[in-house]
Design a protein around this ligand. Structure first.
Ligand code: UT7
Length: 325
């Protein structure tokens, strides 16, 4: 049966210039390259200096629109996933809409779903496209996590990085089968039971500040493996595809040991799993679009391939997307 699908027609990303290595970190807190590498898989991360979230997100969006062969005036809706906005209000999406020159009246808003933010944004945009409310949607994930990290806490400061990734979606007609190009299935979830396990120790209405990232690493780790693999399996089932059909699994980039366990549970070969955390660290909402855009630009991920995206983060929130590029 004919249906409307959201095809990804452009990708873009942006990383702040400054790179912070594990050795640099070992000069700042009691840690070592060896500990960080073996416990997390992270070797280096990018850190914003003068850049803000709107700057790196704006560049990622600009590149995605250019790569789609469109101009900002073609955009019908813009959704930015971030937990590190330039200002508490207005949204960083509104700032980017102004800077890039989106049309008057085009909806632009931020969503807060931490590391699952991009999967949430993609889900919302896909629904708007399929409902006919937008023909061209831009979704982005961008973070300057370095601004809310406690640089004296070795338990957290070694894990995170800054960056941005974006995708342009366009309405296309599909056959309604798993051979279609575009988003085939989406799922998003939340469960507030683990509200305390991962987040910041403050916020606007409680402490009149943004707070710093705090985490119960072991608890998050345990749930992450289950949430990431279940969301991936569910969207594969929804799309009517099996693990052999999947060209690339793109999991949220938090810890290589989590990624390996998820791949093992899904019985997806390690060489079909995209890993970018070695040079990005955990960039929260940016992690999936950044990994996707970078690997598409390098030619590793190709048009026509079937991707499974899966994310999990503070809230807890989690979700997945199955998409054919
Ligand atoms: O983005 C959302 C999702 N976030 C995640 O998925 C993160 C999930 N959690 C994790 O990735 C892991 O739990 C961590 C990487 C955060 C920690 O790994 P772990 O294997 O769970 O280590 P641990 O917390 O049990 O710590 C082991 C030891 C501790 O020392 P003691 O108490 O055993 O003496 C820590 O104090 O390692 C110590 N430690 C460090 N040592 C050197 C913790 N951080 C560091 C560090 N350098 N940076």
């Amino acid at each position: 049966m004919m249906c409307i699908r959201s095809e990804i027609i452009g990708l873009g990303h942006c990383l702040p210039e400054k790179i912070l290595t594990n050795d640099d970190l070992s000069q700042m807190v009691e840690t070592s390259d060896e500990w960080i590498r073996t416990r997390t898989g992270i070797c280096s991360r990018h850190i914003a200096t003068t850049e803000t979230t709107s700057v790196i997100a704006g560049k990622a969006v600009e590149n995605a629109i250019k790569n789609a062969g469109l101009t900002p005036s073609d955009v019908d809706v813009f959704i930015l996933a971030t937990i590190t906005p330039d200002n508490t209000t207005p949204s960083t999406a509104a700032k980017i809409a102004r800077n890039l020159g989106f049309r008057h009246g085009v909806p632009a808003f931020d969503i807060s779903a931490a590391c699952s933010g991009f999967v949430y944004a993609l889900t919302l945009a896909d629904n708007m496209i399929r409902l006919g409310q937008a023909k061209t949607a831009v979704v982005a994930g961008a973070e300057c996590l370095s601004k809310i990290v406690d640089w004296t806490d070795r338990n957290t400061c070694v894990l995170f990085g800054d960056g941005a990734g974006a995708a342009v979606l366009r309405a296309v007609e599909g056959e309604g089968t798993n051979k279609d190009t575009g988003v085939l299935s989406t799922r998003i979830y939340a469960d507030g039971e683990q509200y305390e396990s991962l987040g910041t120790n403050g916020g606007v209405s409680s402490t009149q500040s943004s707070g710093f990232v705090v985490m119960n690493g072991k608890e998050v780790f345990k749930h992450a493996v289950v949430c990431l693999s279940e969301a991936a399996q569910t969207v594969m089932n929804d799309a009517g595809v099996v693990k052999e059909d999947v060209d690339w699994l793109i999991p949220h980039q938090a810890n290589i040991r989590i990624i390996d366990s998820v791949a093992e549970r899904l019985e997806i070969d390690k060489d079909k799993v995209i890993v970018a955390l070695d040079h990005h660290g955990n960039t929260s909402a940016a992690s999936i679009p950044l990994a996707l855009s970078e690997n598409y630009a390098s030619g590793r991920i190709k048009k026509g391939q079937l991707l499974v995206l899966t994310a999990m983060g503070a809230g807890f929130t989690w979700g997945g997307v199955c998409v054919r590029l």
